[in-house]
Design a protein around this ligand. Structure first.
Ligand SMILES: *[C@@H]1O[C@H](CO)[C@@H](O)[C@H](O)[C@H]1NC(C)=O
Ligand SMILES: *[C@@H]1O[C@H](CO)[C@@H](O)[C@H](O)[C@H]1NC(C)=O
Length: 316
């Protein structure tokens, strides 16, 4: 026992020495850095060195904000690719825009006009043009997405992928978004080349939800009809594409029953290119609650183009 105590005491004092040494080292480094910075700043002001990038201003964290809960029937507008300026249309309450492409000032502008902002990013696909694309590892990148030749499925259970997505959610918080719209969480319903399962998607959505919750951000479930019962309690709204086209709107009624909106998009073909927008017949087909649109009661529906270029047709 005594020997053990002595051993422990010895280790304790070694530890203390190590700590003191570390503190000393940190002080020396800090001093060196301080001097270095001082010299750099001095040289810059003297020589006006234009090659040096300006020092980044410290990113101030936005003030704490309560979580926004979207309501069933909220009118919305989605413009991922469009640069249409600030939407001021009175009855449109919610705007879904691209997290990376739109600035904090843009989002502020929408807030000043009383809008809530959902920030879109792809959580489950690799997009080579994004600023953080270099952070992904080759082993986490799977098959090319059907219909989106520039994107590939991601291994959503990967620690590294999750780290990148957590940073994207933090960026949404920094930019002042009210909610996030993480796309492509339904790899298991597609050829993904990574063997992704429904369980993988459930776990991933719960991870995204917990991360968003730490910033008081609302979060949507994009498509992924098969896992609604597993994750409904962890998300605040649905973003659905083409449930009328595929006659599956009833699947998403679970959201309406839970008091959560379904932000619903259809991409009808504009048959007559000499006319602006869609024909009355087309609008009827996608909006009336008969036929394929059965089960879309209460949804916040928009008709738009596949390019999400800002063309919008509402049902009312
Ligand atoms: C989240 O909301 C709670 C309650 O409204 C608040 O106390 C907290 O500071 C908020 N957190 C953030 C990160 O805004
Ligand atoms: C397309 O729209 C134009 C302008 O409204 C109309 O004159 C034309 O007949 C339409 N064509 C068809 C095939 O419906």
């Amino acid at each position: 026992m005594a020997a053990l105590d002595a051993g422990l005491a010895g280790r304790e004092s070694q530890k203390r020495k190590a700590i003191l040494f570390s503190i000393g080292l940190i002080l020396i480094i800090a001093l060196a850095l301080g001097l270095g910075l001082g010299l750099t700043v001095g040289r810059k002001s003297d020589d006006d060195d234009k090659d040096e990038p300006p020092a980044p201003s410290p990113t101030a964290s936005p003030p704490p904000r309560a979580k926004w809960k979207p309501a069933v029937g909220d009118k919305w507008y989605i413009m991922l690719q469009a640069d249409l300026g600030i939407i001021t249309t009175e009855d449109v309450k919610v705007i879904d825009l691209d997290l990376f492409d739109r600035s904090e000032e843009w989002i502020n502008g929408l807030h000043k006009n009383g809008k809530k902002v959902i920030c879109y990013f792809s959580a489950g696909s690799y997009e080579p043009w994004r600023p953080d694309a270099g952070d992904f590892k080759d082993e986490d990148i799977g098959a090319v997405m059907d219909g989106w030749p520039d994107e590939k499925w991601l291994r959503i259970g990967s620690k590294n992928v999750r780290k990148i997505m957590a940073k994207r959610i933090e960026l949404a918080h920094q930019k002042g978004c009210d909610a996030v719209d993480p796309d492509n969480v339904d790899g298991f319903q597609n050829e993904n080349g990574l063997g992704l399962t429904a369980e993988d998607s459930v776990a991933f959505v719960k991870f995204l939800s917990a991360t968003a919750a730490s910033y008081n951000l609302s979060i949507g479930l994009k498509n992924a009809g098969d896992i609604i019962p597993d994750v409904l309690d962890f998300v605040d709204f649905s973003v659905n594409e083409e449930c009328v086209e595929y006659a599956e709107c009833e699947t998403f009624q679970a959201f309406i029953k839970a008091g959560k909106p379904v932000f619903h998009i259809e991409y009808p073909v504009i048959e007559n290119t000499t006319e602006v927008g869609w024909s009355t017949t087309t609008v009827q087909k996608y909006c009336s609650h008969e036929g394929n649109a059965k089960g879309s009661e209460g949804f916040s529906t928009v008709l738009t183009t596949m390019e999400l270029d800002g063309s919008i047709q509402y049902c009312d």
